[in-house]
Design a protein around this ligand. Structure first.
Ligand code: DQA
Length: 154
């Protein structure tokens, strides 16, 4: 019989505003990789890690909040790049705190090397950890860290 740590985990990946434009959007900062490629990378990495990955992208704060609430019934972990809402959204922070689902925050760029307004994250305090600055690899590293936490550390 499989013990609890080896069962498949279901992970919700949330992409916030403007990330639908990845590949075209400020490629000097965010790279040439598209959101579709990142989602494919995460699905493939999930298969290696025994994790099922579902992805949602929205430019609307309330849709992200609703997705976090809905995750309670379906997902064991959340991987989130909240985009600009990272630096503004008490509502997304409160939603993560409300559902108590282990959450990892990721960013393509190193937010601490950029403008001062990007140095504060409302999400960091309710996340189990944050990965920032490795381009699309931030997502892969974040997924690995989250699944490891769910399978072993938790
Ligand atoms: C971002 C960093 C944010 O400051 C910015 O608003 C984004 C993308 C990143 O992935 O580097 O939209 O979250």
């Amino acid at each position: 019989m499989l013990s609890e740590p080896l069962r498949f985990k279901s992970i919700l990946v949330l992409h916030g505003p403007n990330l639908n434009l990845l590949g075209q959007r400020e490629p000097g900062i965010y790279g040439a990789v598209t959101l579709e490629q990142i989602n494919r990378l995460l699905t493939e990495e999930g298969q290696k890690l025994q994790a099922l990955v579902s992805t949602v992208q929205s430019n609307h704060e309330g849709v992200l909040v609703d997705s976090i609430h809905a995750a309670r019934k379906e997902h064991q972990g959340i991987l989130i790049n909240a985009g600009a809402y990272t630096h503004t959204s008490v509502a997304i922070r409160d939603a993560i705190a409300a559902v108590s689902i282990p959450t990892v925050e990721v960013h393509l760029s190193n937010i601490y090397q950029r403008e001062a307004f990007r140095h504060h994250s409302y999400i960091a305090a309710v996340a189990i950890g944050q990965i920032s600055g490795f381009g699309a690899e931030s997502y892969r590293l974040g997924l690995q860290a989250l699944v490891h936490y769910l399978q072993v550390a938790k």
